[in-house]
Design a protein around this ligand. Structure first.
Ligand code: 5RP
Length: 223
């Protein structure tokens, strides 16, 4: 199977998992990226069974609206039963690196509100130690050089993601060469640097369920 076929199979497994729980008044949190897109496309056939979605990016909001799915502002929603999103890396504790699509801050906010975060990824995203994928950090533009210097002190090699502006009007530094053996502590340390909006480590709020698309089927890992 191709990587896209594995992503699609995983998205469909997530849909199968949430289908029995859908209710008229339910609002679902939706992430960003190609795996989340497969989920959106599969979810569309069932749009009459729930109220609408909150999206973690403008791109996902546009895709949802294209399917005729109502998109809500998170501020008008008090709870989300599910948040479904992809990841760039995941470890056995369901700690994640996210932000390859530059949507990490909104993803973290929506995940914080959700009762259950179902992470969907192809099997290549599962690693023993996080950090092979460069860790995205969203930064206030005027703080970019300061934050980069502080990230070097933490042992990383930050690279400015040229030409990318987040939905929040900020920039992204991708931090290479980090062996993140203690994701909880590293998430906290990076977030304490002045000028950082947030970083792509999801350890303090990990996924609750990880669905991994593999050749032999979709593997489920729960916290
Ligand atoms: C976007 C993300 C995505 O979930 C992550 O980059 C995975 O993307 P894909 O499903 O395309 O592999 O965090 O900010």
């Amino acid at each position: 199977m191709t990587q896209d076929e594995l992503k699609k199979a995983t998205a469909e497994a997530a849909l199968k998992r949430i289908l029995p729980h859908l209710e008229d008044n339910m609002i679902i949190g939706i992430g960003t990226g190609s795996t989340a897109n497969f989920f959106i496309d599969a979810l569309a056939a069932h749009k009459a069974k729930f109220d609408g979605c909150v999206a973690s990016s403008q791109a996902s909001a546009d895709r949802l609206k294209g399917h005729g799915i109502q998109v809500y502002d998170l501020n008008s929603v008090s709870s989300l039963r599910f948040y479904i999103d992809g990841a760039d890396e995941a470890n056995e504790h369901l700690h994640l690196i996210k932000g390859g699509g530059a949507a990490l801050t909104r993803e973290k906010i929506v995940a914080a509100v959700a009762k259950e975060f179902i992470c969907i990824a192809d099997g290549s995203k599962k690693v023993d130690v996080l950090g092979q994928f460069p860790l995205p950090v969203e930064v206030i533009p005027m703080a970019r050089s300061h934050v980069a210097r502080e990230l070097v002190k933490l042992g990383g090699d930050p690279a400015y993601r040229e030409g990318v502006v987040t939905d929040n009007g900020n920039v992204i530094l991708d931090v290479w060469n980090m062996q993140i053996v203690d994701p909880m502590t590293m998430e906290q340390k990076i977030n304490q640097i002045t000028g950082v909006v947030t970083n792509g480590l999801f350890a303090q709020r990990p996924a609750n369920v990880l669905l991994l698309g593999m050749e032999g089927g979709v593997k489920t890992i729960t916290a």
